[in-house]
Design a protein around this ligand. Structure first.
Ligand SMILES: NC(=O)c1ccc[n+]([C@@H]2O[C@H](COP(=O)([O-])OP(=O)(O)OC[C@H]3O[C@@H](n4cnc5c(N)ncnc54)[C@H](O)[C@@H]3O)[C@@H](O)[C@H]2O)c1
Ligand SMILES: [Zn+2]
Ligand SMILES: [Zn+2]
Length: 347
């Protein structure tokens, strides 16, 4: 089969590799029907994720068809259409029993396209198939469903639910990439008074309006803190969500939250960030952060099926799998190309 293989910083190729085989009896082999690229894959290609080594197949999001299953797989059958989640769950360890699958101690967590071969391939081995895949519900297309593999649960769990968004809240989201937009979409489910999108790219802010942001702020030329304070009688946002992953945006999110408010960090940070406790200690804020667990996937599947979340909006570009190089290029130049999520279909 063919797959996107990582060969060290800046190097990857769509190349011929051996087909995956069942190793453990809880594995399934899934034929990948649609797959996408994540911002995290770009981090890997920059060499930021040391655990990814030469020869690794990238990708941690897919929808596909089950080709074979190990003898221990009970719920997933050959021919089933399944969502392959970015998080693999053993289902039995202490964290999995709590629904904290991202922290799985039994060999799961974020492993696809990281510690084991991933989904940017014609086929993928999915460990713990019973607890790491989801049946495709009727009425939801493969492409729509693919948005539930990573970005939607991430924005919803690590942003909206950790941030405790409530009806009537003012929610400020710093960063309007796919993750920030997912947080806006998730926040809308709670009827907030305002959703404020903050980004430095106008193309991303235009997208944010279609995802439910009623106020957009380009913080390369506007003072986000002042605008949010003016809107809230000087108090600040009830919930400030960080969806970029650099020190400046975490510090901005921390300033944006009102006393008693929530600061929910989603961004993956590669550098130390200053926590201004000398200002925050007296403000009764709650700060949360985390890796997505995907415990909300069943809820999001029902919302997608009921058209309460419309994931089509994320999909900006279509390719076939043999166009992976072009797809990576378009996705990496998102500010110019307007890319949010690119879809690659099997040829
Ligand atoms: N916690 C998790 O489980 C988890 C899961 C997936 C992704 N992430 C992380 O979430 C973050 C966002 O992911 P994404 O795919 O949306 O990334 P992205 O790069 O597509 O979007 C980031 C956005 O931030 C904007 N931005 C950059 N600097 C800014 C600044 N100083 N002020 C305001 N906006 C700024 C960019 O213009 C861009 O639109 C990344 O750090 C990613 O690694 C976390
Ligand atoms: Zn991802
Ligand atoms: Zn586990």
């Amino acid at each position: 089969m063919r797959a996107v293989v990582y060969h060290g910083p800046g190097q990857k190729a769509w190349e011929e590799v051996p087909d995956p085989v069942i190793i453990d009896d809880t594995d399934a082999i899934v034929r990948v029907d649609v797959v996408t690229i994540c911002g995290t894959d770009l981090h890997i290609l920059k060499g930021d994720v040391a655990a990814v080594t030469d020869g690794r197949i990238l990708g941690h999001e897919a929808v596909g068809t089950v080709e074979s299953v190990g003898s221990g797989v009970k719920n997933v059958k050959v021919g089933d259409r399944v969502l392959v989640s970015c998080i693999t769950a053993c289902g039995a360890c202490r964290y999995c029993r709590d629904g904290s699958y991202g922290q799985c101690l039994g060999g799961g967590g974020w492993i696809l396209g990281h510690k084991i071969d991933g989904t940017q391939a014609e086929k993928v081995r999915v460990p713990f198939a019973d607890t790491s895949t989801y049946a495709v519900p009727a009425g939801v297309s493969d492409e729509q469903l693919l948005m539930l593999a990573d970005i939607l649960p991430t924005g919803y769990e690590v942003g909206v639910l950790n941030g405790r968004v409530q009806p009537g809240d003012v929610v400020a989201v710093v960063g309007s990439g796919p993750i920030g937009l997912s947080a806006m979409m998730g926040a809308r489910l709670f009827s907030p008074a305002h959703v404020i999108a903050i980004d430095m790219a106008d193309s991303r802010l235009e997208a944010a309006r279609t995802f439910g942001a009623d106020i957009v702020i380009n913080n390369s030329r506007e003072d986000a803190l002042q605008i949010v304070r003016d809107l809230t009688g000087g108090l600040g946002a009830d919930v400030a969500i960080e969806a970029v992953g650099v020190p400046a945006t975490f510090e901005l999110a921390a300033q944006l939250a009102r006393p008693g408010g929530h600061i929910a960090n989603i961004g993956v940070h590669g550098q130390p960030v200053t926590l201004h406790l000398e200002e925050l200690w007296i403000r009764n804020v709650t700060i949360t952060t985390g890796l997505v667990d995907t415990y909300s996937t069943p809820t999001l599947l029902r919302l997608a099926q009921g058209h309460q979340v419309d994931t089509d909006q994320f999909i900006t570009h279509h390719f076939t799998m043999d166009q992976f190089d072009e797809a990576y290029d378009v996705f990496a130049r998102a500010a110019d190309t307007g890319a949010l999520k690119v879809i690659l279909t099997r040829t």
